[in-house]
Design a binder for this molecule. Structure first.
Ligand code: PLP
Length: 261
């Protein structure tokens, strides 16, 4: 007798051959959080702990057929988008999601890796703002991504609440502004929705966690797929990433730590 299927979540993102970020982090996170993971691969990076040496964007027709394959068969509880690579892919994914209307959509506006590689063409930021972000239930920018989306620098924590409001103004139902890149002593993630701001504070660990953002966005999607409301999903996901960071390790010769589970 087959068992009852767990909730199902889908990641639409890029592959990291080093297994630390992207699709690989998302699927590991889905599994760790008790959901069945589906993946639509939008880009393939050649990558290890030292950096990204090449990026291949998957042909649009094949991204479309992967989307058709997963949406035609599975009851998808939540979708997460990550590295999309180009404006054309961003537009295609937005168009398909507008048509398919998943119950929940988490948009991680991936632009540049911690190691410095461009993961989204510069001209794709506008497509993300115009087409994808208005569909998002939760948008999860880090500070550099928030700056790129808003077109202004965010230097001081006093500026963050205004930025959160401005990001909500782009049309996402809620925004998680991640504080990992700020100069604050603690890491403060700020969640903005129609109820105001929720601050999640954690001690700053002395390491750079490769794949942290991907893991957080997919953990949020997993919690939404399991039936949690957005605030509870974000609380649980942030706590999960913090626990995973405490168990991170260095699998290769490079400087980057990968999240452990
Ligand atoms: N590679 C892929 C495919 C990604 O999607 C991402 C981030 O989203 C990265 C690399 C960068 O990860 P990090 O900035 O955590 O090193």
């Amino acid at each position: 007798m087959p068992h009852t299927a767990p909730p199902i979540a889908l990641t639409i993102a890029g592959s990291d051959s080093g297994g630390g970020a992207g699709i690989q982090a998302d699927l590991k996170t889905f599994h760790a959080r008790g959901v069945h993971g589906l993946s639509v691969i939008a880009a393939i990076t050649s990558q290890n702990t030292r950096g990204v040496s090449a990026v291949h964007t998957v042909p649009l027709a094949h991204i479309r057929s992967q989307l058709e394959a997963v949406f035609d068969d599975f009851p998808i509880g939540a979708v997460k988008t990550g590295m999309l690579g180009s404006a054309a892919v961003t537009r295609l994914v937005a168009r398909e999601l507008r048509r398919r209307r998943p119950a929940w959509l988490v948009v991680d506006p991936v632009m540049i890796s911690t190691s410095g590689a461009r993961l989204l063409d510069e001209d794709a930021v506008q497509a993300m703002v115009d087409q994808l972000i208005p569909l998002a239930d939760i948008l999860t920018p880090n500070l550099p991504e928030a700056e790129a989306l808003l077109g202004r620098k965010l230097r001081k924590p006093e500026q963050f609440d205004k930025a959160g409001e401005a990001l909500l103004g782009l049309g996402a139902r809620a925004v998680l502004l991640k504080g990992g890149h700020s100069q604050e002593r603690e890491v403060v993630d700020r969640f903005y929705d129609e109820r105001g701001v929720l601050e999640l504070r954690y001690p700053r660990l002395p390491l750079e966690g490769h794949g942290t953002g991907c893991t957080l966005a997919s953990a949020i999607a997993a919690e939404l797929a399991k039936g949690q409301a957005p605030r509870a999903a974000v609380r649980r996901a942030v706590a999960y990433v913090h626990r995973a960071l405490e168990r991170s390790y260095r699998p290769g010769g490079g400087p980057v730590h990968v999240l452990g589970h």
